[in-house]
Design a protein around this ligand. Sequence first.
Ligand SMILES: NC(=O)C1=CN([C@@H]2O[C@H](COP(=O)(O)OP(=O)(O)OC[C@H]3O[C@@H](n4cnc5c(N)ncnc54)[C@H](O)[C@@H]3O)[C@@H](O)[C@H]2O)C=CC1
Ligand SMILES: C[C@H](CCCC(C)(C)O)[C@H]1CC[C@H]2[C@@H]3[C@H](O)CC4=CC(=O)CC[C@]4(C)[C@H]3CC[C@]12C
Length: 369
Amino acid sequence: MADSAQAQKLVYLVTGGCGFLGEHVVRMLLQQEPRLRELRIFDLHLGPWLEELKTGPVQVTAIQGDVTQAHEVAAAVAGAHVVIHTAGLVDVFGKASPETIHEVNVQGTKNVIEACVQTGTQFLVYTSSMEVVGPNIKGHPFYRGNEDTPYEAVHRHPYPSSKARAEQLVLEANGRKVRGGLPLVTCALRPTGIYGEGHQIMRDIYYQGLRLGGRLFRAIPASVEHGRVYVGNVAWMHVLVARELQQRPALMGGQVYFCYDKSPYKSYEDFNMEFLGPCGLRLVGTRPLLPYWLLMLLAALNALLQWLLRPLLLYAPLLNPYTLAMANTTFTVSTNKAQRHFGYEPLFSWEESRTRTIRWMQAMDSSAQ
Ligand SMILES: NC(=O)C1=CN([C@@H]2O[C@H](COP(=O)(O)OP(=O)(O)OC[C@H]3O[C@@H](n4cnc5c(N)ncnc54)[C@H](O)[C@@H]3O)[C@@H](O)[C@H]2O)C=CC1
Ligand SMILES: C[C@H](CCCC(C)(C)O)[C@H]1CC[C@H]2[C@@H]3[C@H](O)CC4=CC(=O)CC[C@]4(C)[C@H]3CC[C@]12C
């Protein structure tokens, strides 16, 4: 609990606060951070749900803005004690150009760092990604690794490259003097594949299954493990890290933490079936129905079609060479670093995470009918 001197004194800023993860971080802060006085939510697109938050005891300030615009970021950061930077362009489907991805993820992060330095904000939490580590372009497995596991991180795709560069900038900024002379304290959280209420890709896969008559066809061997973590636990980690960074700057400053919980180790498709199954979908096949070389060919064909059609329309299917490689390479984490450094324990059990996600999908299903 808050000590009385600090009760309701703090101003937090969440960039990307209207995104899938950002909304959960915002709601979690309002529930779990008693020292909050003002919560600023900065996003390119503000959600209508923000209105309902404005009636509570914490001042909620919605700021429509663009992280690529340094002056907009600086204005939002000025006077904040803590910045949680979740805004990012999450695109592995070729919807945005590599330049735009770089601009938002790298330049946007530079702008956030500079704004902290110029305005005197001392604590910065960055939402990084497992993708800054891997899977790498060689398809090496990362089997239940931790933050210190050696791994050859080599990226070519714009999204992981941009996240890796942005993470590096955030960590290098740790210790810089901010306005007023105090040191900036930064750290980065690396979620694996996030799931839960509001997950757009899960929604897309669900509707794809409905279009296929309630069936999905196994494409990836069940033995390939893909790390997943519940959005509520990722949000909780952000809240805890932001709080504890202020108490233990020497230990936590400049550190990276994988986001983890008790979600089971499974293949991407088998894991999704934990939610899609109770919504009436079936995964056909105990082994992949198509040989891998044929899937690769289809993925390459999709990439070619995307390129050919680009002047006319945006063709961005789920299957492309990059997403196939991601889904087909084992990448799972097993670590307790967050528990050791700042006492993190998942707030939601696997059963609760699963139930909440299923409930959300079923509500989505009935509202679609
Ligand atoms: N979804 C996942 O599985 C994972 C996501 N992440 C990271 O978590 C963060 C949040 O991701 P999601 O919530 O999944 O994505 P999202 O797309 O739902 O949320 C991103 C938010 O950032 C905002 N945004 C984008 N460009 C902006 C700009 N130029 N200025 C201001 N706001 C902007 C968007 O409007 C959106 O509300 C990202 O940094 C992403 O890299 C990390 C690991 C896994
Ligand atoms: C869309 C992919 C599944 C396609 C299945 C196929 C090939 C049979 O059609 C998803 C597989 C792995 C996902 C990524 C992974 O969970 C890690 C991520 C981390 C992030 O920071 C952002 C999201 C993502 C890249 C995630 C995106 C979807 C997959 C590629």
